[in-house]
Unconditional design. Structure first.
Length: 452
């Protein structure tokens, strides 16, 4: 194996990592490193003391370590859009791949102070990690929190991937399912300790809140707005899917429904407890895309399709917009689909009525994803070539916010980033993925820029 730095350099680097982590145990490439001496002397070379520059070890091109709670300095960059003049904030700019949490889950901590995203910056050059337990190389992404105030970044997960990280709706916590255990992570405590340089072992921030039977293999999942249960899916016989809930108070897992298709895009209604939406997942067009499942206080389950599709409509990227409404897109990227109205739709799931059709983007292919403010006044749509629009729900007027986030492509099937845009809880920011700078960065733009 070729080594790129000397033993002395490695030792120095480990000392710096230890000092900046407050002496906590660390996990590097899945291997715990404990008990390092905290008496490392200042780095004096040729009579010059460099110990005040420990942060350089955390720059994004030096990253390649899986260290719970480690901090990275801001790498944000303000870009003035050449077409609209709007200032866009690139929150990540490193050579690694960074992606926001999918648009149908919370992206901000409950207090709105941090955005949580995933990245492969914990692995050298985005490569594989070999875990000590089985020596099997795995490509692992970890989750990170970026401050809305100063854009500093903190690593908030470690070790083997636990799948989706579900942020709390009301508290600064997160949930993961690991080895069929539902684990709650105290993000508020972790972020505070990281800021003070006093990060402890991961178990100090975690507690198991429920256990799922071993025979079930949880797939898609979402956190109920009550933060008292998770909905999840499993594959069943004959290509069926089963949907379950696991209740934290009773530690009980309940089968809610079985459907004769593959399910996907699980999302909890962020306003109504006991209600979630999912899709008939085909990897393309579905016979009936959108379904809503609800469980009342007595445990009665209702499972129903929403928006009766025509055979020649392609519905995609549904998302809740308020307690009683959803937004979704009817695709118009090929000729045969344009025989019907296409574009973003606002739909009432209580009355099963189309409230508004918000029109179609002028770009080839039209809109792709949608997001809406909870007051139902504004929507955000993106095009296949990476343009982001703000749409007035009442009038349908579309305003171009920013451009060029999928350069040189007009196809949904290229490898460039999907915007998957989300609107901040306070309605001020639009968060999205971009391929403007690298293959995938996260950026944000004001929903209402000054002067636009």
């Amino acid at each position: 194996m070729q080594i790129s730095c000397s033993t002395l350099q490695i030792a120095k680097r480990l000392k710096l990592l230890f000092l900046t982590s407050g002496g906590a145990g660390m996990v590097i490439a899945g291997v715990s490193i404990l008990g390092l001496s905290s008496t490392a002397s200042a780095q004096v070379v040729e009579g010059i003391d460099y110990s005040d520059r420990a942060h350089v070890d955390k720059t994004f091109d030096m990253a390649g370590t899986d260290i719970f709670g480690q901090r990275f300095p801001s790498e944000s960059l303000i870009i003035t859009d050449p077409v609209t003049g709007v200032k866009v904030t690139a929150l990540t700019t490193s050579r690694h791949s960074s992606s926001k949490i999918y648009q149908d889950h919370p992206n901000w901590t409950a207090d709105g102070k941090y955005i949580v995203f995933s990245s492969n910056r914990n692995t050298a050059a985005g490569g594989n990690v070999t875990f000590a337990s089985d020596k099997t190389p795995q490509r692992v992404r970890q989750y990170y929190a970026i401050s809305m105030d100063n854009h500093e970044i903190v690593q908030v997960t470690t070790g083997r991937s636990g799948g989706d990280l579900l942020l709390g709706h009301k508290r600064n916590v997160a949930f993961q399912i690991r080895d069929n255990q539902v684990v709650e992570v105290n993000l508020e405590k972790l972020l505070a300790d990281s800021k003070q340089g006093k990060v402890k072992h991961p178990t100090n921030y975690e507690k198991v809140v429920a256990t799922i039977p071993d025979e079930l293999k949880p797939g898609g999942m979402c956190l109920d707005v009550s933060e008292k249960r998770i909905f999840f899916s499993t594959r069943a016989d004959n290509d069926h899917s089963a949907i379950y809930s696991v209740d934290f108070d009773s530690n009980k897992t309940t089968k809610l429904v079985e459907v004769p298709f593959r399910t996907g895009h699980f999302q909890a209604n962020p306003f109504v407890s006991g209600e979630m939406m999912y899709c008939w997942e085909t990897g393309g067009d579905a016979p009936q895309r959108m379904w809503v499942l609800s469980v009342d206080k007595k445990g009665k389950v209702t499972n129903r399709p929403v928006y009766k599709e025509k055979a020649d409509e392609w519905v995609t990227h549904e998302i809740f917009a308020g307690p009683d409404h959803i937004m979704f897109n009817i695709m118009g990227h090929i000729d045969r689909l344009r025989k019907n109205p296409t574009g973003i739709v606002l739909f009432n799931i209580r009355t099963n009525e189309v409230v508004k059709r918000l029109g179609q983007a002028k770009e080839l292919g039209g809109y792709w994803h949608a997001a809406g403010t909870k007051n139902l006044k504004w929507a955000v749509g993106d095009s296949f070539d990476g343009n982001i629009y703000r749409i007035n729900v009442e009038t349908g007027d579309a305003t171009l916010l920013t451009t060029g986030h999928r350069p040189n492509t007009k196809s949904p099937f290229s490898s460039q980033a999907h915007a998957h845009q989300s609107i901040s809880p306070d309605g001020k920011w639009v968060l999205f993925n971009s391929s403007m700078l690298t293959d995938s960065d996260i950026m944000m733009v004001p929903l209402h820029p000054e002067g636009l």
